[in-house]
Write a protein that binds this ligand. Structure first.
Ligand code: ZN
Length: 164
């Protein structure tokens, strides 16, 4: 928190978890959109992106809402299907499945990259009331932000509506 925001802060190496994500040139990243995200979460993301822009950090959304079938397909990779493990969550166990999570990459010189000022990204996410995956002790996931909306995944799986 002491470094000034203009300089590239010293960042810890990108974790194995992040290396297991598809390359940043992946086509699915180009198609990522905020469609299907919770409207209030979406509004929070707009504020978050604006605040990042204000400190000179450009990001691109690379994953928004994910269907339960798509989550199960991803979960099967490295388990029942060939490939590397890309997620620890099966269908219905990710905030992405309920439109309450988003993943970002940095844009540097027009290219997407996983390398960038993650600590600033995380601090601004927290300031915007978002939970940052980089704060997770067990499986840190720095590209990931989510908003629980006062809900639990168990309630969302049961189909309870958010709020109240
Ligand atoms: Zn995510």
């Amino acid at each position: 928190m002491t470094q000034s925001e203009g300089e590239a802060p010293a960042e810890p190496p990108v974790s194995a978890r992040e290396y297991s994500r598809p390359p940043v040139s992946s086509k699915e990243y180009d198609m990522a959109s905020k469609d299907g995200l919770d409207p209030e979460f979406r509004a929070r993301l707009e504020v978050f992106e604006d605040r990042l822009r204000q400190v000179g950090i450009k990001v691109k959304l690379v994953c928004g809402c994910r269907s339960i079938q798509e989550q199960n397909r991803l979960y099967s990779l490295g388990r029942t299907r060939p490939g590397r493990k890309v997620t620890n969550a099966r269908g219905g166990y990710s905030w992405h499945n309920f439109g309450l999570a988003a993943d970002y990459a940095f844009v540097v010189g027009g290219q997407l990259t996983w390398r960038g000022p993650w600590s600033v990204f995380g601090r601004i996410a927290r300031e915007c009331g978002l939970e940052w995956g980089g704060d997770w002790k067990k499986f840190p996931d720095r590209p990931h932000v989510q908003w629980r909306k006062g809900m639990t995944l168990a309630r969302l799986r049961r189909g309870d509506s958010a709020g109240a």
